[in-house]
Design a binder for this molecule. Sequence first.
Ligand SMILES: [Mg+2]
Length: 276
Amino acid sequence: MKKVLAFDIDQTLNVAKTPITDDIAKLLIKCLDYFEICPISGQKFDQFLIQIVDRLVENGVTPTELAHLHLFVAQGTQYYTYSQTNKKLGPIGIEVTKDKTPYDPSHWRQVYNYPLTDEQVQKITATLEQSARELGYWEEDKLQDGDEIIENRLSQVTFSALGQKAGTKEKYAWDPDCKKREKIVARCKELSPEFEYEIGGTTSINAITPGMNKVFGMTHLLEELNVKKQDILYFGDMTQPGGNDYPVVEMGIDTITVRNHEDTAYALRGILGVIS
Ligand SMILES: [Mg+2]
């Protein structure tokens, strides 16, 4: 049996950039009793908390279950686990049982981090902006207050054509066939070929240093969890060549391609139905 279920986030566990549904939260909590659960995505740590962890807490996840959740942030260039090391003593000096310990967000521990240099961030930012401007896809006028198109996510730089705060509907409509982003990526590769550019989410391009894609994250996952490739089942929506889940397919990890979180829920019900 597989030991690890790994998941892309946007369009695999949720509607891009929104918290997971109660249905997905409950299924993931059940899965935490049988598997190590590893979301891996280009997003930042705080988004992992908002979109996944907070929803699990609302749906009654226990700290013991959370210990089986492994957050591979920024495509796995940062790794976080939930530790129960700050154990509290009960009123008569006996350790309170783990499951009665309330969830405490300060218990998340960063295990490793591989950030880009300032110089790399500047070069990538300039490249993305120039490419988008040249092609007429620099949509600054559509940004909401305080939002930005290019965001430094420490281990990667992310271009989000309409910013982070744009509505889901607008985002879906902007580039449904990925053609705009493919053009931007092609121009970026001419300007700064030393970086890699991946299409993800609905309006995003992630720029990274070569090798800092999901292969990096999955390779570290194998090491950190001490498992083999065949122990992992990966769920993603962008498993086609050029998509940000494709590197996982190329690694030879068993992959389930989903269109959306409903597909993922369907597959998880099947898996849980067989084992429980
Ligand atoms: Mg995705």
